[in-house]
Design a protein around this ligand. Sequence first.
Ligand code: NAD
Length: 487
Amino acid sequence: MTRERTLPNFVNGTWSTPSAVEFLPVLNPATGETIARMPLSDGTAVDAAVRAADVAFKSWSRTPVVDRVQFVFKFKFLLEQHLEELARTIVDECGKTRQEALGELRRGIENVEVACGIPSLLQGYNNEEIAAGIDEHLFRQPLGVVAAITPFNFPAMIPLWFLSYAIACGNSIILKPSEQTPMACGRLFELLAETGLPKGVAQLVHGGKETVEALVDHPLVQAVSLVGSTETARAVYRRATALGKRAQCNGGAKNPVIILPDADMKLATQSVADSTFGCAGQRCLGTSLAITVGEARRPFTEAISAAASERRVGYGGDEGVQMGPVISRKSQARIEKLIAAGIREGGVARVEGRGRKASGLANGSFVFPTVLDNVAPQGEIARTEIFGPVLGLIAVDSLEEAIELVNNARYGNMACLFTSSGAAARTFRHDVAAGNIGINVKDAAPMAFFSFGGTKESFFGDLHPQGRHAVEFYTQTKVVIEHWPRR
Ligand code: NAD
């Protein structure tokens, strides 16, 4: 008999587990222990949620926007109250450190704060007297039932990219979290329910690929947001748009950083170490490739290797731990295979993270920080998303050569430069094909009131998550022309 907690769906204001479906275990990646089990909801469960959302939409969309945002304000308040408890859940299901989990929550809550301002963001525009007695207005109206599908690596922040914008704009939303890290999202919905939000406006449906397909295919679902690997993002984007639906699908990444010889080497090293090894390298904005130009090679290689070796690895809830495990044994094996491929291609392991165990955590899925020098620019390690704590190093002779390498890549999520030259920075930000650009910063992670960029195979769609794009994505425009002749 299993004693783990079974995670329920939240449908039509009620918590319940769908019957006659399979369940998957949710593991703590630091210990390998099963901490819960989640249902793989089927088409029937999805249909019930979508129908409830459709009913809710009819009155929710007519609820004045100033009343709608009161629930979002309450949600923000409850999130702040439950910050530590949410962080603990993220540490246990995702393997992050407490600080990383708190950081993720802070970035997620920023989105809730921005959504509190929807009454202003939702405004349209108008012209009086476009002809005698004729006025023209543009209004924004909600779409209807929308769906969001989220990945394992930000179990709370990425659901918050979608939830509060969608509902504040007047839609009803169904969210399917990652099957690997569904617990924090379940807690978000408990807090959302505490706000008194009308039933059916925001619903949680656990599941996997089939659940997503049932959601995307459902005729009452108008729009789909997804964050995941490029393969998933591409497949879901194609599926949704083939049905004429609006879609925004964020995919994978392979983020490069260029280090020029005139860079502040201490800042560059600290930033790249935090970016590459933060969250065990499982961030879509994590640095994965460092391209040194000319004389930057030696000092940067030495400094980053030292920083990698010093990183303290273990259970993220323990004091002083700087890096936790990767999400699963499967992921660990995939990362280790990629490191081996990099070495076969001529890479030299300055710091080797395979085959090491965190003290007292024999069953955890750990890969320690790894630095691979002399990476082949066209090889597998330089081109494949590793999604683990692995930094590849490539040395080139000029900024132009470095930019060419960056622009030849299939992904375009983020690129950063470290330099003290304004001219080099300006060339870089203009010429580089990536959606989020950083100059002398750890990550180019946009604040919630800016949209989250992403180009090439890192993003499929037109309107990105966060900020103004989120409001545009969750609304359709209507133009009204009125003629009221003067009497
Ligand atoms: P994933 O693609 O395996 O899963 C993401 C979500 O899609 C999950 O909810 C999953 O159940 C669902 N899914 C998986 N395969 C599917 C399929 N074939 N059809 C329909 N749905 C499917 O991704 P993951 O491993 O959970 O997350 C890591 C990936 O997400 C990395 O590639 C990372 O770069 C990417 N990511 C991107 C961003 C971004 O903003 N671009 C942000 C975070 C993570």
